[in-house]
Design a protein around this ligand. Sequence first.
Ligand code: CA
Length: 227
Amino acid sequence: MSSAGGPILVVEDDPSISELVALYLKREGFSVLRASDAASALDLARQESPRLVLVDIGLPGREDGFDLCRRLRAQGDVPVVMLTARDDETDRVLGLELGADDYVTKPFSPRELVARVRAILRRAEGSSSRERAAALRIGDLEVDLDRREARVAGSPVALATREFDLLAYFATNEGLALSRRQLLDGVWGPGWYGDERTVDVHVRQLRKKLGKALCLSTVWGIGYRLG
Ligand code: CA
């Protein structure tokens, strides 16, 4: 159901949020469709093959954003990003368990939302496209997702599985500040209820192994950002 040239479908019943999000996405060159409830969103998704669907959890009518996410998943592999209320862990975990690719917490900055949409599309469309670029390059560091290999100035560096997964997650979200919780969800999975310090331990390993080539900054009060 997803297609590279298709529109982005924004499903949100609050017209001011919906309009703002559509405006920013259009400004970035995306075509945008809007729906304000799950039923019309499903119809649009069937007709228009969106490349990504943004789903607000609170929707009017019989079905909410979770129901919509479940139905979209049953239909195909279109990337789904949930819009959740700030710090609502139940919403976040349920959304990811239902197969959403990511979530953005309200209130969000439209710029952050657009950056996240780009990151998901890179990940989703990159991994399904055979002729995509061989490796992501951030300065001297190359992250080769196909070969699961990190290289510094051309030489491979041995990483443990989770270390590579974490690095790959950073690389596909280049430039975005990522919270420890987000990193745990994205790398360890939403069902993993471990300590957020696990992230710090792995980051320390990455820094040790990759040295200066890893342009990873600590974002105080949040987490980390690559590039
Ligand atoms: Ca709503």
